[in-house]
Ligand binder design. Structure first.
Ligand code: NAX
Length: 338
């Protein structure tokens, strides 16, 4: 049956890259927004990546996807974000040999600042943005700061891959199905300081800490999840791509369609509607921080009322300190307006 709803415009940056290749076909097949929603795909690349993105666009056409209303490739951000409802900011500047953290932040601010501005000027009024490109949390903060007319809570950073990794590792350890695992949280930055937390989790309805022991969590699980990206590079010889694309699909699907009672993890802004909830965990305003969230009515809401142990609080504080450091480094370079 032909779809009946109006197409939704989805913009993917870095479309010629490896995550783009793993992501675009799933969007075209309806996995991002659901089986009844046609999509218009806008692919943004830098000139160097245009041919690869154009090749991917040819393959998207060859998929004859019933939900794919159109696919356009451009290196012009204004055209790419024109009328966009969902923006997946995947393209970023990787760290090259000898690059200091400040250089990396600066190079990415030069990407995410202008893209935030283009979103502000050209996107649809309901635009929702997911930043995948690293350093994802701070890139999301920069993009949001350059989009003063877009509510800050519409800018999010992807920590769903970390969340999914945590769920999968816990299920493996407990010899349970991932569907039995509930209530995992990834707190903080999408970096090695992140805190994958099982203290509120359940496995098959039992508290996770009755099934797995605390020492395993602290000594094995936390570093395993936090360093999983490096492990993938070591084993695969390339960084996570399909699992990252899968997590981006999960994040946006849940954002748009709702999570019900279950929560997940997402990098959300700690200003605006979620400021008070973030503050209840000691997290200051003006960051994009991974928190436990539910989506209702197309908005992420931070889960409140969870009691954190001293160990958990110390982990969260360390990751939040890193986010503050990144923000201050960007401010010091005058890359954050306001
Ligand atoms: P690739 O290098 O395969 O692709 C990146 C693409 O982005 C390239 O084609 C490049 O030409 C393009 N690009 C660069 N600057 C651009 C700009 N200004 N506008 C549009 N396109 C631009 O990298 P890939 O493996 O696809 O990873 C993309 C990003 O995702 C990286 O920053 C990576 O670190 C990050 N990741 C984030 C994850 C997360 O959980 N948040 C996990 C996976 C991944 O590591």
């Amino acid at each position: 049956m032909a779809p009946t709803t109006q197409p939704v415009t989805v913009t993917v940056t870095g479309a010629g890259g490896q995550i783009g290749y793993a992501l675009l076909f799933r969007i075209a097949s309806g996995q991002l927004l659901g089986p009844d929603t046609p999509v218009r795909l806008n692919l943004l690349e830098i000139p160097l990546g245009l041919r690869a993105a154009e090749g991917t666009a040819l393959e998207l056409i060859d998929g004859a996807f019933p939900l794919l209303a159109s696919v356009d490739v451009t290196d012009d951000a204004a055209a790419a974000f024109d009328g966009t409802n969902v923006a997946l900011l995947v393209g970023a500047r990787p760290r090259s040999a000898g690059m200091e953290r400040a250089d990396l932040l600066e190079a990415n601010a030069a990407i995410f600042g202008p893209q935030g501005r283009a979103i502000n000027e050209h996107a649809a009024s309901d635009v929702r943005v997911l930043v995948v490109g690293n350093p994802a949390n701070t890139n999301a903060l920069i993009a949001s700061a350059h989009a003063p007319d877009v509510p800050p809570e519409r800018f999010t950073a992807m920590t769903r891959l970390d969340h999914n990794r945590a769920v999968a590792q816990l299920a493996l350890k407990a010899e349970a199905s991932v569907t039995d695992v509930d209530g995992v949280i990834v707190w903080g930055n999408h970096s090695a300081t992140q805190y994958p937390d099982v203290s509120h989790a359940t496995i098959g309805g039992r508290p996770a800490l009755e099934v797995v022991d605390e020492a395993w969590c602290e000594e094995v699980f936390v570093p395993k999840v936090a360093r999983r990206g490096a492990e993938i590079i070591e084993v695969r010889g390339a960084s996570s791509a399909a699992s990252a694309a899968n997590a981006a699909i999960d994040h946006v699907y849940d954002w748009v369609n709702g999570t019900g009672d279950r929560w997940t993890s997402a990098g959300v802004t700690t200003s605006g509607p979620n400021a008070e909830a973030a503050a209840s965990y000691g997290i200051p305003e003006g960051l994009v921080c991974s928190l436990p969230v539910r989506s209702q009515g197309g908005e992420w809401q931070v889960v409140t009322g969870l009691e954190n142990s001293a160990v958990a609080r110390a982990h969260i504080e360390a990751s939040v300190a890193e986010l503050i450091d990144e923000r201050e480094a960007v401010r010091a370079l005058s890359l954050l307006p306001g």
